[in-house]
Each structure stands twice: as structure tokens, then as C-alpha cells.
Design a protein around this ligand. Structure first.
Ligand SMILES: Nc1ncnc2c1ncn2[C@@H]1O[C@H](COP(=O)(O)OP(=O)(O)OP(=O)(O)O)[C@@H](O)[C@H]1O
Ligand SMILES: [Mg+2]
Length: 462
């Protein structure tokens, strides 16, 4: 029974947590001083009269209806009317229902959340019992630490994925995007990266995924790493509000661990679906689209989210963010891909043509860039990779020529070397999620080239 006399059975099990949460708010405030009444109702949003002077954009409100208490977010404020997007679509809203201001949405992460799967509201969804709230309550709309107080990013780490460790190595606190069309291998690569040993904690936001993939990702790929991981899930059938909140809740949890000195890996699959959710919410509140149907708020929310990742201030840990970006119709210049590429410290490009050849992970070594690679390579490794890229480029640019029989061995020494070595390089870059992560990708490469009877200078170990 809730405080307002409503029997628990009156709301669906899925809504009961939200109702309880909203109920707590209403219990704390028995007054409607910061409240108003529902004025109009439309698909995707409702308006409230009497709240405009009290609320700020992005704050939460609690709404009492005939069947229970529900949360919503303020998405537009006009002098007379406040526009609210309900967290759950289809909640029964009536004209004149009472709506009360609740402020920023907060979660209270704790160490005991490790190993658990939760929804965007911090509610457990793994059937393993209730979660204990920590003592550190944090708004999910936090801002990034001031840039001048942040540590520098200069410590390389091994992901265990050879194609990345050789061609685009990463540093702790880096923000990396994985760009690809649908079904090319983004989630699989993310699951391989989630097993990197360099991290104390792993926080995973699965946004708009199919329900089937969620269990697969968590149970099959994380395995023993689940003990140091927390998954925040909003599947494709959930409301745009919940899908929009999942990465925000995830980064808030990552910040909690970073502030305790941990090196945290944050994975978001996918940022495009986060952008789609923002677009749905914005469209419902009447915000005009400015690029391919996306409203301006998408392009402010993306940097706000991604800036929160990175190194923390001195004395804290880091958040390394690896996010996937679905490029619509394999067009790598769509607005979301374009704007995120500019914010990130590197991008890995997956090519459908490589996946079709069975070259998994289908990472294009020439199109992928880690802007912090120089801090992760030794000088010898950097020289070697620049040589490897030249060979791969030579091999690819002469592909058609060789196919039509225009290549004669002995006429171009560089091309001869490319023809001998590049197939070996491609072979060593292949990796499946079932394989052990590579302990040292450069050693693996040197061994493969040596076994392929091709001499190469083995780079000095870092
Ligand atoms: N490293 C790999 N080794 C073997 N097969 C792979 C690998 N990566 C991807 N695949 C194959 O590609 C399929 C699609 O991969 P995945 O689900 O990761 O793509 P995605 O880009 O996340 O797709 P979506 O856009 O639908 O989310 C997998 O089911 C698997 O068959
Ligand atoms: Mg996927």
C-alpha cells in the first residue's frame, strides 16, 4: 500500500517501482506549492499549468493519476505551460491531475551494485533481489569536471584485440567510437573490449538493444568479468525517456567509481539509439528538427555525455569510454557520426566488405585513428606501424591490378613485400570473441611474420 492509500496491485509490476519512487516524493511533500494541474494531453507528452515558475528544463515531476503515481521529465517550459514527457508511455493521464516538481533525478550507486543488471532508474532487473542504495546520491544530469583540473591522458593499455593494439592503441581515459553500419560487428567488438584487464570496474549501457542480445552480452561475453561490471539496460521496446536515461545513469555510476580512484571502462551500445531517443522526446515536445530530423538538443546532449568521460581530477581515477555509433546506410557522414567523431579521441571504422570476406573483427586499419596512439606506442612500434600501414595501402591500391594479372614479382620491391606480408598481417588481425585476448599483439604479429618466412625487426617491448 502506498502512502496515498493506493493498493499496490493497482499498478503494473513494471510500474510499481516508479510509482513507489514517485510516491516517496509525494510523501515528502504533502503540498502542491511546487505543483500544477494537467492542462492538455497528447501522444508522447502532456502539459501542466501552474508549474512554469517552479521547474527547470530536464527536471523530473511526479504525476498522480487514477491508477497511481508516475514520473516524467520537463522537456519545455513556457510562461503558462510546462511540457512533460512521461517515463512510461501509455500511463493514464487525466485533465486536472496533480503534478508536483521533483528536481533532478538522482541515483545512489554503491560497490554492492557490481555484478548486477539494472534499468535506467537504478532498479534491479536481474531477479537477484533488491539493490542496496549507497550513501552518495548523484544527479544523473551532472556536468564534466572543469578541464584544467583534469589529469592528463598518457597511460597506454592493452585491449587484447590485436587490430586495435597494433594500429590504434588506446590510453586510460580515452574516448573512442566504433563506427559501422548495422550488423557489421559493433556489439561483438565491444564485448571483446569489455574483457580488457586494465580496468577495476566496467559499466555497460545497452540502449535500444534487442532483449535477446542483452542476456547474451552479459552472460556469454562478460563471464567472470561480471563481478566487476554493472549493466544498465533499456531495450528497444522501452520508452524513449528510459532509453535516453540509460547512458546518463551509466556514466553517473562510472563517475562514482572514478571518484573513488578506480579506472573504469564505460561502454555504450549504441550512442545512435541514445540520439534516436532524444529525437523522439524532442519531437513529442515540438522541438524543430535541424539535421536529418534531429533536433538541436541532440547536438548539445552528445558532447555533454561524452565530456563526462575521460580522466578525473588529480587523486581520482579515469573513465575510458568506448561507444558504438550506427552509421545509417553505411554513410559515415550522417549527422550523429559526424558530430561524435569531432568530440571523441579516436574512431575505429568497421567495414561491411571486410565482414563479408570473413575478416572479423572487420576493422579498417587505414581508416581507424586513435588520437592518443603516440602515447601508447614505443618509438619502435610507431615506426613499425607506419611501415605496416604503407604496406597495407600498397597492397589495397594494387588489388585490381593484381586481379587482372598486371603484377610481376621482382619489378617493385615494396609491392613484392606487401604481397608477401599483408595476407599474413590480415590473418593475425582476425579474432573471434571465443578466443583468448592477446597478451601482446606486437609479439603475435612478429611470430606470425617470422613463421611466414618473412624477416621483420621485432619491436622492443614497452
Ligand atoms: N569477431 C567476430 N568473429 C566472428 N563473427 C563475428 C565477429 N564480429 C561479428 N561477427 C558476426 O557478425 C554478426 C553481427 O555482429 P554484431 O551483432 O556484433 O553487429 P552489430 O554491428 O552490433 O549489429 P547491430 O547494428 O544490429 O547492432 C554476429 O552475429 C556474428 O555472426
Ligand atoms: Mg549491436
Amino acid at each position: 500500500m502506498f502512502e496515498d492509500g493506493m493498493p499496490e496491485g493497482a499498478v503494473s509490476p513494471k510500474l510499481s517501482y516508479m510509482a513507489a519512487l514517485a510516491g516517496q516524493y509525494l510523501m515528502a511533500e504533502n503540498t502542491v506549492a511546487d505543483g500544477g494541474h494537467v492542462r492538455t494531453i497528447a501522444a508522447g507528452h502532456y502539459t501542466v499549468a501552474g508549474l512554469s515558475r517552479h521547474v527547470r528544463l530536464g527536471e523530473f515531476v511526479a504525476h498522480r493519476s487514477a491508477t497511481g503515481i508516475h514520473l516524467g521529465e520537463v522537456v519545455r517550459v513556457e510562461p503558462e505551460l510546462t511540457y512533460v514527457c512521461p517515463i512510461e508511455p501509455g500511463e493514464p493521464i487525466g485533465i486536472h491531475d496533480i503534478v508536483i516538481r521533483k528536481g533532478a533525478f538522482r541515483i545512489s550507486p554503491s560497490d554492492s551494485w557490481c555484478g548486477r543488471t539494472i534499468n535506467s532508474l537504478g532498479e534491479p532487473i536481474d531477479g537477484l533481489g533488491p539493490l542496496t542504495a549507497g550513501t552518495d546520491s548523484r544527479s544523473i544530469s551532472n556536468t564534466a569536471p572543469p578541464s584544467m583540473t583534469r589529469k592528463r591522458v598518457d597511460t597506454g593499455f592493452k585491449t587484447g584485440v590485436r587490430a586495435i593494439d597494433i594500429f590504434s592503441p588506446l590510453c586510460l581515459g580515452q574516448r573512442l567510437g566504433i563506427f559501422a553500419g548495422s550488423g557489421v560487428g559493433k556489439s561483438t567488438l565491444l564485448s571483446m573490449l569489455a574483457r580488457a584487464n586494465a580496468f577495476d570496474k566496467v559499466v555497460i549501457a545497452l540502449v535500444g538493444e534487442r532483449g535477446r542480445e542483452v542476456r547474451e552480452f552479459i552472460e556469454d561475453t562478460l563471464g567472470s568479468h561480471m563481478q566487476k561490471s554493472i549493466a544498465v539496460v533499456a531495450t528497444s521496446d522501452e520508452s524513449p525517456m528510459l532509453r535516453k536515461m540509460a547512458p546518463l545513469s551509466a556514466i553517473t555510476i562510472a563517475e562514482y567509481f572514478r571518484d573513488r580512484g578506480d579506472n573504469v571502462l564505460l561502454i555504450v551500445d549504441s550512442v545512435t539509439r541514445f540520439a534516436h531517443a532524444i529525437r523522439e522526446v524532442a519531437t513529442a515536445s515540438g522541438e524543430p528538427p535541424i539535421a536529418r530530423g534531429y533536433p538541436a538538443s541532440v547536438f548539445t546532449e552528445l558532447p555533454r555525455l561524452l565530456e563526462r568521460a575521460g580522466p578525473g581530477p588529480e587523486g581520482t581515477g579515469t573513465i575510458t569510454a568506448i561507444i558504438s555509433i550506427l552509421v545509417d546506410g553505411d554513410n559515415h557522414n550522417d549527422p550523429i557520426a559526424d558530430s561524435t567523431r569531432g568530440i571523441l579521441d579516436g574512431h575505429i571504422v568497421l567495414q561491411r566488405s571486410l565482414a563479408e570476406e570473413g575478416r572479423y573483427p572487420p576493422i579498417d586499419p587505414l581508416a581507424s585513428v586513435s588520437r592518443l596512439a603516440r602515447k601508447a606506442w614505443t618509438p619502435d612500434q610507431e615506426k613499425l606501424v607506419s611501415r605496416l600501414k604503407a604496406l597495407v595501402h600498397r597492397y589495397e591500391e594494387t588489388r585490381d591490378l593484381r586481379l587482372i594479372g598486371g603484377y610481376r614479382q621482382g619489378s617493385d620491391a615494396d609491392l613484392d613485400m606487401a604481397v608477401r606480408q599483408v595476407p599474413i598481417i590480415y590473418e593475425i588481425l582476425k579474432q573471434t570473441p571465443g578466443e583468448r585476448p592477446s597478451a601482446d599483439a606486437f609479439t603475435d604479429l612478429a611470430t606470425a611474420l617470422k613463421n611466414g618466412s618473412v624477416a621483420t625487426a621485432q619491436p622492443r617491448a614497452k
